[in-house]
Design a protein around this ligand. Structure first.
Ligand SMILES: C[S@@+](CC[C@H](N)C(=O)[O-])C[C@H]1O[C@@H](n2cnc3c(N)ncnc32)[C@H](O)[C@@H]1O
Length: 220
């Protein structure tokens, strides 16, 4: 894949280059795990440009509900301008994972694809996910392996938030980027967009193995 040489950060760039290369392949594995059903109420947490929300809307269909929330207004702005999929309308919201503006028990499913590593207070965000889930609801989290010290850390965080049944799986994802393209282009374009620390991100990305591994947690 050819990557842009521009250093201008932008959600359009994220949607055009990084979603097809990394987040669409990841979404396939995440949504398989989530097993979304017609009529469900789904929150796409830290939705970015909404790769999860747009695939979930046709599945939950008109009886269901999809809310897609991200902390960065530019992500939501780009997301809301993309082609509207068949199915229920997507409710795009700017918001913070640590302070969800939703009543307790509002969702049957929360999907958080590669959002957790960016939350300043992960424990509070996980407690919020648990709060907005309806009884019997489930949450699915995906975190690239290189951003986890160990999978047990993810399990401990989920259990501390009150999840009782946590299933973890490791998946290998064939991302369409080379190591070199990943490091420099992510650091120059996506890191500013995610408000991530450039130096730390470059160091971390240099450790990536290809294809990339991810940990997917299904928590109830
Ligand atoms: C790597 S992107 C993943 C986006 C999307 N889930 C995807 O798969 O393409 C991480 C996202 O987390 C969002 N984010 C970071 N901190 C957040 C917070 N406290 N609350 C909500 N979203 C947050 C960023 O704005 C960014 O869009």
């Amino acid at each position: 894949m050819t990557l842009p040489t521009t250093t201008i950060p932008g959600a359009d760039l994220y949607e055009t280059y990084f979603v097809p290369a990394m987040f669409r392949p990841l979404a396939r594995a995440v949504l398989k795990r989530a097993a979304v059903k017609e009529g469900e109420r789904v929150l796409d947490l830290a939705c970015g440009t909404g790769i999860i929300a747009r695939q979930v809307a046709p599945v939950v269909n008109h009886e269901g509900r999809v809310v897609a929330l991200d902390a960065r207004a530019e992500m939501i702005e780009t997301a809301s301008k993309l082609t509207v999929p068949y199915g229920c309308p997507i409710e795009w919201k700017v918001g913070d994972a640590t302070r969800l503006d939703a009543p307790a028990g509002s969702f049957d499913l929360v999907v958080c694809q590669q959002g957790l590593p960016f939350f300043s207070d992960r424990a509070t965000a996980l407690a919020e996910v648990r709060r907005v889930l309806a009884p019997g609801g489930r949450a699915v989290f995906a975190v690239w392996e290189l951003e986890l010290a160990e999978p047990a850390e993810l399990r401990r965080g989920l259990e501390a938030a009150g999840f009782r049944d946590v299933e973890l799986e490791r998946q290998t994802i064939d991302v369409g980027l080379s190591a070199e393209a990943l490091v420099e282009s992510v650091v120059n374009t996506v890191a500013p967009l995610l408000a991530a620390d450039h130096v730390a991100m470059r160091t971390l990305l240099r450790q990536a193995t290809f294809p990339m591994n991810t940990h997917i947690a299904l928590a109830r």
